[in-house]
Design a protein around this ligand. Structure first.
Ligand SMILES: [Zn+2]
Length: 84
């Protein structure tokens, strides 16, 4: 009979706990989003930043990322942070 490797067990337990608590893979809500505002209806929507980055990849430097508004199918652009 082999002796159980308790140290390794402890480690994987810790690891699983860490996975649950920290959600390092970002599978849950902990997602960075960027606010987009519709040029047509003025509504705002949040777009995950990795999606925006993917869109930016296809753009020229001076172009802005535009997404389709889910409310009116207009054009949404990154909302400017307005200092209040
Ligand atoms: Zn709209």
């Amino acid at each position: 009979m082999m002796r159980r490797n308790t140290k390794q067990d402890e480690m994987s337990k810790e690891f699983l706990k860490w996975l649950e608590e920290e959600d390092p893979l970002g599978l849950d809500e902990e997602m960075t989003t960027i606010n987009f505002k519709c040029l047509d209806c003025g509504k705002e929507d949040e777009v995950p930043d990795f999606v925006v980055e993917e869109f930016e990849f296809d753009l020229e430097k001076h172009e802005e990322v535009e997404v389709v508004c889910p409310f009116c199918e207009g054009t949404m652009r990154r909302a400017k942070k307005n200092p209040k």
